[in-house]
Design a protein around this ligand. Sequence first.
Ligand SMILES: NC(=O)CC[C@H](N)C(=O)O
Length: 381
Amino acid sequence: MRNVTLILDDGSRFSGKSFGYEKPVAGEVVFNTAMTGYPESLTDPSYAGQLMTLTYPLVGNYGVPPFTIEPNGLATFMESEKIHAEAIIVSDYSYEYSHWNAVESLGDWLKREQIPGITGIDTRELTKVLREHGVMMGKIVFDDEPDNVPEAAYAGVNYVDRVSCKEIICYLPAGTSQTFSVNSSYAQLNSQFSTFNSQFKKVVLVDCGVKTNIIRCLLKRNVEVIRVPWDYDYNGLEFDGLFISNGPGDPDTCDAAVQNIRKAMANEKLPIFGICMGNQLLSKAGGAKIYKLKYGHRSHNQPVRMVGTERCFITSQNHGYAVDNNTLSADWEPLFINMNDGSNEGIKHKKNPWFSAQFHPEAASGPTDTEFLFDEFVKLL
Ligand SMILES: NC(=O)CC[C@H](N)C(=O)O
């Protein structure tokens, strides 16, 4: 096993060994305190550009599930079609694995997908450094190739454009899908969608890097999902509700999506629901401002309170930016607040059926306690 060094932008160095693909990488170093969920987190497109540190020490002991694809094109057990994180950083990689659904080891999967994985890192110390200093860029360098040092940028890069779909994909609850060109006319698309199936309500899903379980959660509730690229202007389509997905990187690089949401808001009766990046883009469409957290929320146990109630939920989270509550205009109010740091965890319009969550009601992985938000959205359609 080759020796590697993780070098942070402040000069901190951590020694470890490579157990994944052998390639130096650079990216934003973030930490996730969940105890499980590495297959889901690695394939969550919101981790694009990031080196994912897991603070739970023992990683890999339940292996990796098969990468099977359903008839509608969605992965059965993963959150997208490939690993999106740039690398995984762990304390104690388990070479042995055991699980009823495992078909390979984490190390073999990383090698196949050409993603570095490093072990033997003091992830407690690393997390303390990130917590005190704030999130930082970092590099993984192989000790026997000290001059092979990669470069990367994170701030200001439009990662959403890299991970979003390039065509329109229509999913039916029955488990099939069909792809359409973004160059088709609205008239063509509308007639296709209605002959496709008219009995279901139609939701346009703006794909900023959507996790599969969001699509599963919608299909399970018998809606037809029209997945469109992040910057596609869907306002000429006929649909019953608008969903804005999670996604990687800086929301301030996604103006085209914000403009389209503003146009859609001309219809005050149109139900709109956003998750994570979707919360940030909906807030921006409503005039609010976004800031970068000192270090993000990435875990399975983030407590949020529903504003105006004593109802608290334990949520799954993965975000580095947040909506500034003080910049919400008079028409909007916070829907959820993070009980650890008081930051915004969702917003709601005072009159119109528009709301969002900064956390992940679709879980995958993590607690499913807030999945009812999908029911609330579907009821509004
Ligand atoms: N999971 C997400 O949608 C993350 C949103 C955004 N990229 C952030 O880090 O805050």
